[in-house]
Design a protein around this ligand. Structure first.
Ligand code: SF4
Length: 436
């Protein structure tokens, strides 16, 4: 059931709810206002209702005023049916300088980057995500993540095109086997919107990793022949850019491998193209339950009504949702921003899972923060909010060392048989911990 179906059914209950006999005896004292699907009951007009009274439905907005204004300005002739169609959104991505100049007041640096090109990563933004960008402010967090700047062309010491050494751990094209029991399957290299800090900018958008059956069969065969692999993460590019039929085929082939226990999908679609989460897609996912999903959310401004509906559909289908957030300078490197994000994610039934230190990819210096900034953010969350809202802060070790968790030091020392621990308020407590 979609959110809108659900809203309508609740309104219908209001209309059809028969008064109970106890209720009937009091109807002469007051009469219920007539509720129609489009009207609302003003709280002041409500009588003191008996327990059986069903409150009117709370109608959630379907979009933001910003998106509505953007559509009116740049796509006035586009019908809702098209705007809400993920294929239309994909076909109409904003990619040219001319389109950018029409929709944004470009800074000279943004303009220069778009004119020069030469970045490893192509440019592309869905109309929906473009509608979330600030037209004037080049420093708006979401805008910084998708509109190129010339900083992308500079390589600073310690940066590399493949900092995680994925290519060196690839037994077949598009399959990365770094940990003994799990693999990363790159389904394709296409994304509907290209993030300027992408770890895989060396491959993403280049048309080299195609979802061809021949390539994917080689990957499936490797997994089949390697019984230690129990976990596959399907990523890309964005695997949800594939058709339902293709996803059905990939999931079916993976599920036919007996020793494979755990299948995850990594995607940014609920943030950049939430229209992709259609009932048809959900039907495919339900066939292969249990599936888990890692969603890439960055900033509270991505938690729109559209994203909320996409996550609700996935969560209602029984798919556990976790978010992976890259820590980015000037985007989400403040405790209050990150706290707002993790709270909104929980409300969308997405568990904040990881905060990643930005990988040292070529041209990423303008995005990278110090590690102390990440620790400060974790310290500002742990103890200050719900435990479920606190992600694990990790560095993906350059060269292929895997994820290394980091957290503030809460052990301040030892006094005899007592361990001295610092709590979130900075107070020191003793825990009896005799030395062996
Ligand atoms: S969605 Fe993921 S793979 Fe695609 S550009 Fe963004 S970070 Fe890279």
């Amino acid at each position: 059931m979609t959110q809108s179906d659900c809203e309508q059914s609740i309104v219908s209950v209001d209309l059809e709810e028969p008064p109970s006999s106890r209720f009937e005896t009091t109807t002469s004292e007051f009469s219920l206002p007539v509720v129609t699907p489009t009207s609302r009951i003003a709280p002041a007009s409500l009588p003191t209702e008996p327990a059986s009274f069903v409150a009117p439905a709370f109608k959630r907005p379907r979009t933001t005023t910003r998106t509505r204004a953007f559509r009116r300005a740049f796509f006035p002739e586009v019908a809702d049916r098209d705007w809400n169609d993920w294929r239309w959104q994909s076909r109409n991505r904003i990619r040219t300088l001319q389109q950018f100049e029409k929709m944004l007041v470009l800074s000279s640096d943004e303009r220069q980057a778009l004119v020069d090109g030469g970045s490893m990563l192509p440019v592309g933004i869905t109309p929906y995500y473009m509608s979330l960008l600030d037209r004037e402010d080049a420093n708006q967090p979401l805008r910084r993540t998708v509109v190129p700047v010339t900083g992308e062309f500079l390589r600073t010491p310690g940066e590399a095109d493949d900092p995680l050494g994925e290519d060196g751990h690839s037994p077949t094209p598009g399959l990365v086997h770094r940990y003994p029991d799990r693999v990363l399957l790159l389904a394709l290299d296409f994304c509907s919107t290209y993030c300027r800090y992408c770890t895989r900018s060396r491959v993403v958008g280049h048309g080299e990793i195609m979802p061809s059956e021949q390539r994917l069969e080689k990957a499936f065969e490797y997994i089949r022949q390697t019984p230690t692999i129990r976990d596959v993460l399907i990523s890309g590019g964005d695997p949800l850019a594939l058709s339902e039929d293709k996803l059905d085929w990939i999931l079916g082939r993976l599920r036919s491998i007996p020793h494979l226990e755990f299948v995850r999908i990594g995607t940014k679609m609920p943030a950049v193209l939430p229209q992709r989460i259609t009932p048809q897609l959900i039907r495919v996912f339900k066939k292969y339950s249990p599936l888990w999903m890692s969603i890439h959310f960055l900033h509270p401004d991505e938690c729109t009504p559209e994203a909320n509906q996409a996550c609700a559909r996935l969560a209602d289908a029984g798919i556990p949702l976790g978010s992976q957030t890259v820590l980015l300078k000037g985007v989400n490197d403040r405790v209050d921003t990150m706290k707002d994000l993790v709270h909104r994610l929980l409300m969308m039934r997405v568990r904040p899972y990881y905060i990643y230190q930005c990988d040292p990819i070529s041209g990423s210096a303008h995005f990278r923060t110090s590690v102390s900034k990440g620790l400060e953010i974790i310290e500002g969350l742990r103890g200050h909010t719900t435990g479920y809202a606190v992600p694990t802060y990790v560095i993906d070790a350059p060269g292929g060392g895997g994820k290394i968790p980091l957290q503030p030091n809460y052990v301040v020392g030892r006094d005899g048989n007592d361990l001295l621990l610092r709590n979130y308020e900075g107070q020191v407590y003793r825990y009896p911990d005799p030395t062996p």
